[in-house]
Design a protein around this ligand. Structure first.
Ligand code: ATP
Length: 251
């Protein structure tokens, strides 16, 4: 469904993504794990087209700081040159790191803004679905976004992304700063979304432990390079992954 090959991103002379090859099939959940600064957000920005946008804006302002290379194919089509809005219309939707909801707008307004690409019947059905998977949002629909808890804000960020009718949802560190209980709830909801909405998901996180149970395949990034990849079982069986990403020391 989505296949990126040879992705390279430089910020000036700093290599942020080094020859990344990543695939996501129909109705799959793909994990991308890595420490701070491993390149997770850079990868998500590159797949969603935001990196290309930032690069163009910099070039128009006279700077040439960001260099991008590689190819991204989506349903067989080379989309490497498409803008983020064109990719979103095709169903590639990013739910960015640190939530990025509209703090001044209500929960309902945030969700409706997310649905600008949807027909009115799609928006109505998706809103109903978002309230079904995240019941607190229905109770809080008039609450201003900035007054929500971290977990509620993350539900809203995912709900807003769903309103854009994704076929492939890019979830960048959705668990950041949340309690273990809220993390478990969100992971369960993520699996439910994949199964019920029949979409594909690429999810990044620092720690694999809460996410690994729901992934079909995962990649481990270190300093911009994919140092390991494999099925859930292959990664769980690897002692280096267990200690670095699960906090489990081998005896
Ligand atoms: P985190 O978990 O902290 O969000 P990450 O894995 O998402 O980290 P990125 O944000 O992709 O990592 O950053 C990868 C590297 O690129 C880091 O060293 C970061 O400092 C650098 N970087 C990111 N954005 C820029 C930018 N606009 N200009 C220069 N360097 C950048």
């Amino acid at each position: 469904m989505l296949e990126a090959t040879g992705l390279m991103v430089f910020y000036e002379n700093m290599l942020a993504l080094n020859n990344i090859n990543i695939k996501c099939g129909v109705n799959q959940i793909i994990g991308v794990f890595g420490a701070n600064s491993a390149g997770k957000s850079t990868l998500m920005y590159t797949l969603s087209g935001i990196m290309q946008d930032i690069q163009k804006k910099e070039a128009m302002a006279g700077g040439e700081r960001i260099t991008l290379m590689g190819e991204i194919r989506y349903m067989g089509e080379d989309i490497s040159g498409l803008k983020p809005s064109q990719r979103a219309r095709k169903g590639i939707v990013l739910c960015p790191e640190r939530r990025r909801i509209f703090n001044e707008s209500s929960v309902l307004e945030n969700l409706k803004i997310g649905g600008y690409l949807a027909s009115s019947s799609e928006a109505r059905d998706t809103l109903e679905y978002v309230f079904k998977i995240f019941p607190p949002l229905e109770k809080l629909k008039k609450r201003i976004g900035g007054f929500l808890s971290g977990g509620e804000q993350q539900m809203l960020a995912i709900g807003r992304a769903l309103m854009a009718q994704p076929k492939i949802l890019l979830l960048d560190e959705p668990l950041m700063g949340l309690s273990p209980l809220m993390q478990a709830e969100l992971i369960l909801a993520t699996k439910g979304i994949c199964d019920e909405m029949k979409l594909s998901i690429i999810i990044t996180e620092q720690y694999a432990r809460p996410v690994l149970p729901i992934v079909d395949y995962a990649y481990i990034l270190e300093n911009g390079s994919a140092v390991m990849e494999g099925s859930k079982q292959e990664l769980m069986d690897n002692p280096d992954v267990r200690s670095a990403y699960f906090g489990i020391e081998e005896s």
